[in-house]
Design a protein around this ligand. Sequence first.
Ligand SMILES: O=C(O)CCC(=O)C(=O)O
Length: 251
Amino acid sequence: MSRTPLSADQVAAFHRDGYVVCRGYFTSGEMARLIAHARGDDVLESRHLPITDAAGRLSKLTLWNDPGDDLYGMFSRCERVVGAMEQLLGGEVYHYHAKMMLKEPRVGGAWEWHQDYGYWYQNGCLLPDLASCMVAVDRATRANGCLQLLKGSQRMGRVEHGTFGTQTGADPERVSEAMKRFELIHFEAEAGDALFFHANTLHGSAPNTSEHPRWSLIMCYNTRANDPFKDSHHPRYTKLDIVPDAAILTR
Ligand SMILES: O=C(O)CCC(=O)C(=O)O
């Protein structure tokens, strides 16, 4: 895989819409490894942050800053993801953090509408030059609370955010007006599909009311040029040790 895995059309779609969907970005063999690893990983259960929505429903999120040498690290350090991020953000990127989002059957909570930059602005990132790559670990459907986005909403710039439950959410008045203007997209996905989305793209999700889990791996990057001006709970620029894509299957 080259260090420019995305086509010019995909890069243009990201800039126009605030996101781009890449179907089958990871192979079934790569996903089988990730699923086996994650399902047997006690750390996801023991270290998760309990995130509740406004109705008190729980989502489990386990987050780490250092991409490390484990299988999650191979995903977030591989050329296919890092190269795509560099194409989308226009320069060298570093690992800002990654997380496994576990939305369990029947109990997994909603995510308030928000922009990631609503959170990250507070961390000293002067520009919204950050993006995330969400990889579906399980099939994601409307019933199990797939991610929803407002297409083109990154053009609104940063919206005021406040606290709802233990989550940060965007100003409800702005969200409700944005809903009238921007197309609502559901990221319904098969395992291995990837969604790259801009830090100012409004997104959220409904609760998981189904019998099926909705787990996903979300890897977030900042640009070197946007090195935060102060310390926070996420890192300042740290050189990323990129690995070949083959490392996902061989490590
Ligand atoms: O996975 C979800 O439902 C929401 C995740 C999300 O919004 C985020 O990580 O910023």
